[in-house]
Design a protein around this ligand. Structure first.
Ligand code: PLP
Length: 406
């Protein structure tokens, strides 16, 4: 154990809740994470002490709140290695960040006959915005396959890329399988044909250190609520030249320079892409969540995650009669599986009665389910507070489920 797990766990009030009279074993972190007291306090503090709408005010509270919001932007920028805070656009979540790029980048740079390349393992939020764009612009969507072990067919990506490719969009980590894609290689391959690259980092940023310069990507999106921050916080990283070249997606207050009926000029990035009052309380608390994970250490978290995934996979394999979906390791943050002869919904409902929260279904990745010809999986996903005992409880639970269906 590279960090003091008991001390980390003690900072999450919800972990002392009982579920069906059992201690809570929360293994649904890929859907959303629980919040430590410091994040709850930071959020609460905005409303208790400093709340006032940002940017537009000249009064004291507005200035304090604006500074906290812009400091949060700097914290996000340095957390993911952006060279400048102006490259961070605050969004509600990953979904909004991807939609922003699909609209602002897509409407300007994707033309009839052009191609947008995705992978078959994407979350719906990195599929549907691109489908809508392609329909709007008369462009073609192309999809890179995986191997049966869940690894991405980079060879197929290489064959697919051409002068027609405008952007390649890929998840850093599969939210279903926990498999890790080589997004730096994907970015390099995209750039070699003059295309841009968007990384969906929703499942990587909470689990290991991510650096946008190291990844060489043009865009990177993540959700605050998956990294111990409040709902409604998230960010898009975009290289500054794209933010300068792209037109705004949404119009409104905050994003303008001058408005008249003769025409409107826009604020400089990133504000050009932040129309309306943002959830500044969530953004400020996101910065606190980042400081929280940095204090634990991203490398420590990554090591712990990998050990938990190993324990889960080894344990499931030794039970027998279990199919791991996506065996290509190392896994980061999540493991999906199916129990022979047991519908995933039945398995999850029985586990729930034991206080074990896992997610069941297609995990917003229906094309991936179709690729494996399965209706869904049971997914266990980990957070900084996940213990070996949690995994033991899951494995005992799975054994019980198997006995009940024997
Ligand atoms: N991308 C991935 C890989 C995800 O796992 C998720 C959520 O589970 C999303 C995108 C969408 O995140 P949000 O609903 O926070 O926008």
């Amino acid at each position: 154990m590279a960090y003091d797990l008991d001390s980390v766990r003690s900072q999450f009030p919800i972990l002392s809740e009982k579920v069906h009279d059992r201690p809570l074993v929360y293994l649904d972190n890929a859907a959303t994470s629980q919040k430590p007291q410091c994040v709850i306090d930071a959020y609460d503090d905005v409303y208790r002490r400093v709340n006032a709408n940002i940017h537009r005010g000249v009064h004291h509270l507005s200035n304090v709140c604006t500074s906290l919001y812009e400091d949060a932007r700097k914290t996000v920028a340095s957390f993911i290695g952006a060279s400048d805070a102006s490259e961070i656009v605050f969004t509600r979540n990953t979904t909004e960040a991807v939609n922003l790029v699909a609209n602002s980048f897509g409407n300007k740079f994707v033309n009839p006959g052009d191609e947008v390349v995705l992978t078959v393992l994407e979350h719906h939020s990195n599929i549907v915005p691109w489908q809508l764009l392609c329909q709007r612009r008369g462009a073609k969507l192309r999809v890179v396959d995986i191997r049966d072990d869940g690894s991405l067919r980079l060879d197929q990506l290489g064959e697919m890329l051409s002068q027609k490719t405008r952007i390649v969009c890929a998840a850093h980590v599969s939210n279903v399988m926990g498999t890790v894609n080589d997004v730096r290689q994907i970015a390099r391959m995209a750039h070699a044909v003059g295309a841009a690259c968007l990384v969906d980092a929703a499942q990587s940023v909470p689990h290991f250190a991510v650096d946008v310069n190291d990844l060489e990507c043009d865009f990177l999106a993540f959700s605050g609520h998956k990294i111990y921050a409040p709902l409604g916080s998230g960010a898009l990283y975009a290289r500054r030249h794209w933010l300068d070249e792209m037109d705004p997606w949404m119009g409104g207050g905050e994003m303008i320079d001058k408005v008249s009926f003769a025409g409107t000029t826009f604020a400089e990035p990133p504000l050009k892409f932040e129309a309306g009052t943002p959830d500044y309380a969530a953004a400020i608390a996101l910065a606190e969540a980042i400081r929280f994970v940095q204090k634990i250490g991203l490398d420590n978290i990554a090591g712990q995650d990998e050990a938990l995934a190993r324990q889960t996979i080894d344990g499931l394999q030794s039970i027998g009669g279990i199919r791991i979906v996506g065996t290509h390791g190392p896994h980061s943050g999540a493991v999906s599986f199916l129990i022979d002869g047991v519908h995933p919904y039945d398995a999850s409902m029985i586990l729930d009665k034991m206080g074990i929260a896992v997610r069941t279904g297609h995990h917003c990745a229906q094309p991936l389910m179709e690729r494996f010809s399965i209706p869904g999986t049971v997914r266990a996903s980990f957070g900084v507070y996940t213990s070996k005992d949690d995994i033991d409880a899951l494995l005992n639970g799975v054994e019980r489920v198997k006995q009940m269906f024997a």
